[in-house]
Structures are given as C-alpha cells and as structure tokens.
Design a protein around this ligand. Sequence first.
Ligand code: FMN
Length: 510
Amino acid sequence: MPDPLKSLQDYLAWLEERGSLLRVRDPISPILEIPSFLRRVMYNRGPTVLFENVAGYPGWRVAGNIYQNLDTVREALGVGNLEDIGERLVGLVQSPPPVSLGEKISSLRKAKEVSSLLPRRVRSARFTKNIVEDGPLASLPLFKTWPRDGSRYITLGLVIVRDPQSGITNMGVYRVMEKSPQEGVVHWQVHKRGALAYKKALEEGRRLPIAIVLGSDPGTMLAGVAPVPYPMDKLFFAGVLRGKGVDVYELDNGIMVPANAEAVLEGYIEPGKSSPEGPFGDHWGFYDRPLEEYPVAVFERLYHRDDPVYPGTVVGLPPLEDAVIGKVIERVFLPVMKMVFPEIVDVNFPVHGVFQGLMIVSIKKRFPWHGKKVLLGLWGVGQTSLTKMIVVVDHFVDVHDLGQVMWAVTSFAHPGRDIVVLDNAHTDSLDPTSIASVGAKIGIDATVKFREEAGRDPPDIVAPDERVEEKVARVAEKYGVKGGDPWRRLVREYLDTIRVWYEARGGSTP
Ligand SMILES: Cc1cc2nc3c(=O)[nH]c(=O)nc-3n(C[C@H](O)[C@H](O)[C@H](O)COP(=O)(O)O)c2cc1C
C-alpha cells in the first residue's frame, strides 16, 4: 500500500487502491468545466478526481476533491480520531514538570518524539527538475470557477513566507488571482499570519520573498488551512499533523518548501505594490469584490516535477470540499480550544454557516455569566475572533444536534439579557454583511440561568418515573415498539447540573 503522506501522487495511488479515485480521461478545461464537474462530485460526497486530459495544458494533470470525507482524511493521517492530532500538540505544552527519575526519563522520550516532528532539510527535490521562467502562471491549469470571476485563480496553493523578524515560516491557503502571466494578487485577509509577515516587511521597507507550493501530501497541505497560534512555525505544525517531520528544500530566495511538492512558484512581493482583487465567487456563495487592495507577488520561476499533478478546489454555495476541510480543522483543534478554554466540552461549526459564520459551543458552566465570558473570550483569540455568530450552550446539549441546540436557545436565552451584539467589530472579510472586514457580531448565551443570574430558579424539567419507564419499555417491545426517549440523557444531566450548582453554593436543589 502506498504511503499517503509521502506526496500528493502517493496519496492518489493510496486512494486508488481503496477504490476512491476517479480518473477522468475526457478532455476537460479548468475554465468553468473542471469546477462544474467537481461541484457535482463534492455535493454528492464523491471520490477524489484525477483529470488526466486537461484541455489547453498538456503535461499537467489536475486533482480535485482531495479531501473527500472525514474518514478518508483521518485514515490518511494515520489516527483513530482527528482529535488525537490536537492532543499531540497540546501534549507538547501541557504536562506537569518532571520531578522523579521516571518522569525525567519519560520526558526525554517525549523530547525525542518532538524532534521526530521537526522539519528536516534535504538537498534535492524532484520539483527542481523542470523550470519555467517565462510567464510561469500561464503554463498552469489555474481554475476559473464562476463565470464572473475576475480572472483565473490558484485555489488550493500553499502560500509560504517567512516572518522578516523572527524567521518563522508561515504556510497559508489563500486564493491567488492571476494578474498577468508573471504576477498574482495574494488575498490574505488582514487578520491572517501571511498578512502579518507582509506588514512587518512593509514597516522595514523590505521585499518579502514568497513561494507558492502547488501539491504536497494531504497533511502538509492541511497545515496551510490550520489556524495555528502565532508564532508556531507551520512547517513544524505540518509535522504534528502528519505525525512525522516534513522534508524541506530551501529555494534561492531563502524560503523553505516541502520537498515533496509537485510544483513551486518562487518570487517576491515588493513593499507597497498592491492591486484590486476579485470578483471571486466565494464559499458563502456570493461574488466577493474586496474594497481594499491586496499585495502583488512577482513570480520569477515555476519549478515542477515530471508529470506533475496540480491541486485545485472549488468554493460556492455550501457544502463543498471546504466543508470537509473545515470539519477536519474543527476536530483537530478541539483539544487546543479546550486548552485555552478548559470549560469547553465540544464545538460545532455547522457547514452551512461556513465556519466563520456560526459557532455552537458547549461548556461546563461553573459560575454566573460564565456563558458570556466564553463568548467574549472566543471573540478575542485566534480565528474564532472572526466568527460572526456564537451560541453557547451547556455541556448536556449535543452541539451537533441542531434540534437540541434550538431547544436550548429558545428555552434558556432571554432576549433582553442573554444576547450580546457588538457593532463595528472586525469580521471575516467574506461576510456578506461586512464592509472591508468590518461588521457586527451576535452572541447568544443559551446556558441555563440560575438564581444569581435570572432572579429565579431554572425551569423544572419533566422527567419520567424510571420504574414506569422500565416496565413500559418491556411491554412496548412486545408490540414491536422500539427505541427509547431521545431526551433521557439530557434530562438526567440537566437535573444533575442544577443539583451540583446549588450544592456547590451550600444550598439545596430547588
Ligand atoms: C479553499 C480555501 C480557500 C481559502 N482562501 C482564503 C483566502 O483567500 N484568504 C484568507 O485569508 N483565508 C483563506 N482561507 C482560510 C485560511 O486558509 C485559514 O484561515 C488559515 O488558517 C490561514 O492561515 P494563517 O493562520 O497561517 O494565516 C481559505 C481556506 C480554504 C480551505
């Protein structure tokens, strides 16, 4: 069996052995046609597609729907649960200091484990075999996804830059618009790590070297989408995702890129050179035409391996492939969120809320107005700070069951008391109600409110008589009536929550 983490092509071979790779041999163009094909596949959660006859781009093949579903991604990354990856990261920082000899020995073992996740520099890479210097973008099968997109776009490239001050490498998946055969406009939003590196280069009046990696193994590519806390190096984080370090190759411009790349664009951004960007049919399903300008990257050369595969994705009305990618990130980062907010039990970014739109979070509430504390905290850190709507519920509500969430919101949220609206707040620039990354936010604290918060006790929930339940279950089964009461677990935990809350305050349960 091929190793899916060796390279994109090995991953495709691995998928093929599992029967989940579709080869398309008909001639098909990356201008509207491949995107249309991929949308059909993605809306139906189909296989990964390898287009072998890309009209207009001989020598290139195109791979799409690379992240076909959560199980395939989990197996490719070699973990039982996607959360295990986040645990791996949290484990590096969250453990008591070693005191005994045994603990010291085991911490040495841990240090060895960490070193196996570090990037390793190599002196050769297949992608250096072929070099195109004349109009490198023109030779690539970039997609035009929607009829009114402003140009062709790189849609799943890893944009790599180094922080000019710290030397930390960032890899981000940002769309890049073809401006000319030699230039691309890099759409990193102002809050993102790539934009921060550029800001520092601007302040120092220095050119920012840049590379765009087109096609790497699925673990390394995911690192580009991951909201990794600054200033952790993304090449290191790619090792955490893959469970083994990434082999890196240093380009002439000093940027380290994954050595297993299919193709690499190398260039620079001249400080202050910017351009209008868009329109681009985005993942909310609307054409985005930014008011602000974005920096222009000049590409001096394209490297590519023999018989390269170009990776692309398409966005539009949800849920497309970005829904799978977003869910992978949600699961991987749950342990990290729990490290920052120990009260968090689970999170759900419903796919139709396109991740930055809506977040549902459940917490183990410990003190009055704890729900609001979590709301404000999430709006203050990392990329959850871009979330437009956040709903906080108690731990007994299953955040993935939207029915239960609606019940909790309508039961426990008092509109005059439990809703926080923040006007003139920063937001994801794609939010269709925003103007240049400025919009508004709403938070709903839908946790149960206690006497100290509401001036009244929580509502008295209906709970069946357990003995009657057992007896009736036996009788019902005789008549083929199966299945219990879907609310039983929730009701028990609700009652326990109320009991513990009042007992912790030395009172008795109402
Ligand atoms: C298909 C796809 C396209 C994306 N396009 C952009 C984009 O154009 N601009 C942007 O700021 N983020 C974009 N993102 C989200 C970033 O990849 C994500 O926020 C990532 O964490 C950014 O990395 P950073 O924290 O290193 O900046 C995209 C994500 C996906 C899955």
